[in-house]
Design a protein. Structure first.
Length: 350
């Protein structure tokens, strides 16, 4: 479990210290305040650790290997022109510091880089062991329709796609999980498949299909909102999101209607309560309200949750407020505008 994320002079953040919950972490802010950046920096480090741990005859972490591999992963995920471009933009040479504190102290890491850095970071604290479980990252765009041959093309050519797409496609293509945990998988899948009115199948031809009572439909013909649900169901079915691990989800509500957002909110809480540490970034008032409604119910009272509000100050820096509810994170303009629109709409007929 990731307990704390500390960043200094990273992209739009001058100094941010995030105390994270073991179950669900919700990042809220307007466009351009760095929601996705927080997801990606944490994901990059955790994913790199899991990748190194899965290599044949993997050795213990070393400073030399981490200096290069961390820089590569950050560049591949964020796609800047150079590593130093991720340092906060201000006059003079700046140093960016990143610290991930894990529940297992042997997995904690600290590193830094400067605006002039290109291919290496400086590792101040070397972890003693790699992660055993790969994190999953769901971008705002669905990936089931582009899945066929995407990984092989990505690995063999230079493509200007974030590496999160490639990583997620690898997880989507994994075989289905079998064994004693199948019952729990079915429990998690049931509400998602009910919302989709079907299930997701990976055919031998390398394409995904939605299987319904009417037959099967290839992914490009399926509504994008249902494809997003399909990605989540596939990751559960393969065991990528089961018992332990990490899920990073950027704007789960994108391209979903309110009914499906309700299903997504429930699935997010089901996963976070079953051992998956979930991180979502959103500016949807509907999703946030749905999450808070569910958290108030007896079914989810045990789910530990933290909310983080991103606020751009008079300068270029973004400050982070945090607490156990949306009320603790201050006013978010995007949410306030939705409330004002509701007031304006109600006043039209009065």
């Amino acid at each position: 479990m990731l307990k704390k994320l500390i960043i200094k002079n990273f992209t739009v953040f001058q100094d941010a210290d995030l105390e994270l919950a073991k179950n669900l972490n919700v990042i809220v802010g307007e466009n351009g305040t760095g929601k996705s950046h927080l997801l990606k920096v944490a994901y990059s480090v955790l994913a790199l650790s899991a990748e190194e741990g899965r290599k044949p005859n993997s050795a213990s972490p070393t400073k030399g290997a981490l200096q290069v591999r961390l820089a590569e992963k950050l560049v591949n995920v964020f796609r800047p022109e150079s590593l130093g471009r991720l340092a906060r933009r201000q006059p003079g040479r700046q140093r960016c510091d990143v610290t991930l504190t894990m529940a297992e102290p042997k997995q904690s890491i600290e590193f830094s880089f400067a605006t002039q850095s290109s291919s290496e970071v400086v590792v101040e604290k070397v972890p003693e062991q790699w992660l055993s479980t790969a994190p999953a990252y769901l971008p705002t765009r669905e990936l089931l329709s582009i899945f066929p041959n995407f990984v092989s093309i990505y690995d063999g050519h230079y493509l200007e796609f974030e590496e999160t797409w490639r990583d997620t496609c690898v997880l989507l293509g994994a075989p289905l999980k079998r064994g004693p945990r199948e019952g729990r998988i079915r429990e998690l899948l049931a509400p998602i498949e009910a919302a989709m009115d079907g299930s997701i199948e990976l055919d031998k031809n390398g394409r995904f299909y939605l299987i319904t009572s009417s037959g099967r439909m290839e992914m490009p013909l399926v509504a994008e909102g249902l494809r997003k649900l399909g990605m989540l169901s596939r990751l559960i079915a393969t065991g990528a999101l089961l018992d332990k691990g990490y899920l990073f989800w950027d704007e789960p509500e994108a391209n979903l209607n309110p009914r499906l957002i309700q299903s997504i909110a429930r699935s997010i809480l089901d996963l976070s309560g079953s051992g998956i540490q979930v991180f979502i970034a959103s500016h949807s008032l509907f999703l946030l309200r749905e999450i808070e409604i569910l958290l108030a119910s007896d079914d989810y009272k045990a789910v530990k949750t933290r909310f983080f509000g991103l606020h751009r100050e008079s300068g270029a820096a973004v400050n982070v407020s945090q607490g156990s509810s949306v009320a603790d994170i201050g006013n978010i303009t995007a949410l306030e505008e939705e409330l004002r629109q509701s007031d304006r709409f109600l006043s039209v007929g009065s």
